[in-house]
Unconditional design. Structure first.
Lengths: 149, 659
């Protein structure tokens, strides 16, 4: 074969091989590792899957944060003002986690509808709201407005 | 008065950039020398006025001029002066001004250090950079003016800088990162200039190589600092999160890594020309994409300062223009610059091709993972998040595939090499790497860790292969000293960078595998034992800083019976904003870090949630990145980049760069 053509064949071949490997890895990796966000109203309506990793976010209900006095367990409620979801988390919460502020909890929902969180995210600074939470609240406000009309 | 002066200077910089982006380019197409000769002076002019503008904003911050909106929202009279200064880029408007300043700095550097370039090439390069500057200057002036005033209602004091950003690492992280981001605009400008001129050759690669290496080195250091900052400042002991914003800086780095290797082939052998140009466009486009992702507010991140749709749209349009324009130009011009030089299967070219394919595949996979949630959201398919498992599952195997080739790379020959030679040269390094990999994890104690063993084999393979090559080079010289003196700065740079990569690999795997951590409730008097270290919680104290008050937990750490460290993590409350922040305490070492962070008070008995970490070899990750950065800088010292013009164009006549 002509050397230049052979060379091109090698190049094209290696590109094909490596991209197939990458696509395979990507598909494999995506299978269990992406998770979907659910606003509390969807969780309440039973739309969220049980025992699969999901994220739930909203405002932390005022006065709902209960800390254990012996362990690092924390229980709190998140709401989009239409529904509430109870969350249990064992560990250290982020600095900006607070009642009446936005938060997103990642974890799995158990059969009783309690989210067992493995990670809790709060906003990064005072003026900031996680976008999923902002959207969820907006949607809930819109539905309420429509209902009242 | 000063802010208005800054605003004026920015407008003047914009005017000069428009001239720079048009006149020399026109001159280059028409062969009109006086217009081309304007380019360097215009570039210097843009630098002068951007610098004045930046100085004005810095003055506003330092003098607590709260009538300026960004100062009022991002500074406070209690802030220590150094943070008042770094607050200049701790916000959207100011960071954009820093971007403009650095871009004009690169432009001026090209004008100064490339005086020996053919006038037409220099004119085109500076002109293209001028156009990029026009884009960013208009972004700054039209959508995010840093000098906007709050009149008449001037606040008495400012809102304070986000406490997370009040940190020495954050003073230099953004400028370094921007140096890298923006530095790729030089490689981009050289690529576009070459496409415009229709001449892509070894000389072109030689000109753009040092710039690309320096940009890449800055980016490496910038990313390293960001990772280090996240480790000690965010308080949960992680050093890389595959956060979209981290990816935004990592993507140009990946593409840039492919680019610097591909440029080597283009310079030395005149191959992969079109591919190299494409990579240069790709690397800079990813820098712009990173800016878009970070600045448009589509991502949830500490970096997303402002969520203003107009800004996002502006960058998106700018990105579209740059990518669309350069790819169109590429489509029109690239076929005319193809190469017909051949190389054998077993050759350095093939190995560098493997590097390129792996890095491009890695770039695309990371890009996909980063954009996937945005795409799904835009399509109304729900709000997904793609987490670290995805990125690790893709990235780690790709790097593992790369390293076997990387070990052969430095001692391979251009054009044609033989398997027999590789076997003869690399048998000893291979066996030694294997032996090291099997033996070293035994010293770590605990269970034997296969992953660590594998990482050591791979890292040792890289290093020993290079040492073998070094031995070959030095051996043939009359004396050892002379042999070492004969090594070129390019070679030393490559050596350092590859060594750094090997260190990072070991650091990443050892940290990930051996880390021990515990989140637990502790109160004064409590003792915890982690990884053989005894952490004794002594007492709590109230501490006052310049602009915060803190609860400080005082720990004594013992190894056996011996006291090795006193550590004092803090929980700070910043006075101006009232925000609370965790300040971790770290006892660092070359082979292990101890890390303590405070959570919140637990119960009434004076207990606190405490996070204890034992992190072996985590410093190696950043040390490796520093080696990579230093390696990148070292290559620039090479003499062949300085005597150019005639010698550089051995296989192409020096004349005829005009279209």
């Amino acid at each position: 074969m002509h050397p230049v053509r052979k060379q091109r064949l090698i190049i094209v071949g290696s590109v094909v091989v490596f991209s197939s490997i990458a696509i395979g890895l990507a598909a494999y990796a995506l299978r269990g590792n992406i998770n979907l966000f659910y606003p509390p109203v969807d969780v309440m309506a039973g739309l969220a899957p049980v025992d699969r990793p999901i994220r739930v976010g909203g405002m932390v209900v005022d006065g709902s944060v209960e800390r254990s006095s012996e362990t690092l367990e924390v229980r709190f409620l998140v709401t989009d003002y239409e529904a509430v979801v109870p969350v249990v988390y064992v560990g250290i919460l982020p600095d900006l986690f607070a009642e009446g502020e936005g938060a997103v909890a990642a974890g799995t929902l158990n059969a009783d509808g309690v989210l067992q969180a493995t990670e809790v995210l709060a906003k990064h600074d005072e003026n900031y709201m996680p976008p999923e939470v902002a959207d969820a609240l907006e949607a809930s406000a819109r539905r309420k407005q429509e209902a009242s009309l | 008065m000063i802010p208005e002066l800054g605003h004026m200077a920015l407008i003047l910089a914009m005017c000069l950039a428009v001239m720079l982006g048009t006149i020399p380019l026109w001159g280059a197409q028409r062969g009109h020398t006086p217009s081309m000769a304007l380019a360097p002076s215009l570039a210097m002019g843009v630098l002068v006025f951007s610098a004045i503008s930046f100085a004005c904003l810095a003055t506003a911050f330092l003098q607590d001029d709260f009538s300026v909106k960004v100062v009022a929202s991002n500074s406070n009279s209690l802030l220590p002066p150094i943070y008042k200064f770094s607050a200049v880029w701790g916000n959207h408007e100011g960071s954009l001004l820093l971007w403009v300043l650095i871009l004009s700095g690169w432009m001026a550097a090209v004008a100064v250090f490339s005086a020996q370039l053919p006038t037409v090439v220099l004119a085109r390069v500076l002109s293209v950079m001028g156009l990029v500057a026009v884009g960013f200057l208009s972004f700054s002036l039209f959508t995010s003016n840093p000098f906007e005033r709050l009149l008449p209602g001037i606040p008495a004091d400012g809102n304070d800088l986000n406490p997370l950003l009040q940190d020495p690492g954050l003073i230099i992280h953004p400028p370094l990162l921007y140096m890298g981001y923006v530095g790729f605009s030089v490689a981009f400008a050289f690529a576009i200039a070459a496409l415009l001129g229709g001449r892509l050759d070894a000389a072109w690669a030689r000109w753009s190589r040092p710039w690309t290496n320096v940009a890449w080195a800055f980016l490496s250091l910038g990313i390293m600092l960001g990772s280090w900052w996240a480790y000690y400042e965010l308080g949960w002991g992680g050093w890389w999160f595959w956060d979209p914003v981290e990816n935004a800086s990592f993507l140009p780095w990946l593409a840039g890594t492919a680019l610097i290797h591909s440029l080597a082939v283009t310079e030395k052998r005149g191959l992969f020309k079109s591919w190299t140009v494409l990579l240069a466009i790709f690397a800079f486009s990813l820098s712009l994409l990173g800016t878009f992702l970070v600045r448009s507010g589509v991502l949830t991140s500490v970096h997303a300062f402002a969520t203003d749709p107009a800004r996002g749209l502006f960058i998106l349009i700018f990105l579209g223009l740059v990518v669309g324009g350069s790819l169109t130009l590429y489509a029109l011009r690239a076929p005319s610059v193809g190469s017909r030089i051949s190389f054998a299967w077993l050759s350095r070219e093939t190995l560098l091709l493997v590097n390129n394919v792996v890095f491009v595949v890695a770039t695309v996979s990371v890009l996909f993972g980063t954009l996937f949630p945005l795409i799904m959201d835009a399509l109304g398919q729900g709000k997904y998040s793609v987490g670290p498992p995805y990125f690790n599952a893709i990235f780690v195997p790709l790097m593992a595939v790369l390293i076997p080739f990387m070990g052969i790379g430095p001692l391979s020959r251009w054009k044609k090499d033989s398997a027999a030679r590789w076997r003869a040269e690399l048998l000893v390094p291979a066996l030694a790497a294997l032996a090291l990999g099997i033996v070293l994890p035994l010293f770590a104690g605990g269970d034997y860790n296969v992953w660590v063993a594998l990482a050591i084999v791979l890292a040792a393979w890289i290093v020993l292969g290079m040492l073998r090559d070094l031995y070959n080079r030095v051996r043939t010289a009359a004396s050892v000293g002379r042999g070492f003196r004969r090594l070129t700065p390019s070679y030393c740079g490559m050596f350092l960078a590859h060594l750094g990569f090997a260190m990072t690999v070991v650091g990443v795997v050892a940290t990930t595998q051996y880390t021990e951590e515990r989140d637990i409730r502790m109160q004064p008097g409590d003792v915890q034992v982690l990884a053989g270290y005894t952490f004794r919680f002594e007492d709590m104290a109230r501490v006052r800083g310049p602009n915060y008050v803190a609860d400080e937990a005082r720990f004594t750490v013992l190894e056996g019976e011996k006291v090795i460290a006193s550590m004092a993590p803090q929980k700070r409350r910043y006075l101006a904003s009232g925000s609370v922040m965790t300040e971790a305490a770290i006892d660092d070492g070359l082979f292990r870090d101890l890390f303590i962070a405070m959570g919140e008070p637990v119960g009434d008995g004076g207990g606190w949630a405490i996070r204890l970490h034992y992190k072996p070899m985590i410093r190696w990750i950043w040390l490796g990145a520093i080696f990579m950065g230093v390696g990148g800088f070292a290559t620039v010292a090479d003499r062949r980049y300085r005597r150019q013009r005639v010698t550089a164009t051995s296989n192409v006549p020096g004349a005829g760069y005009a279209a």
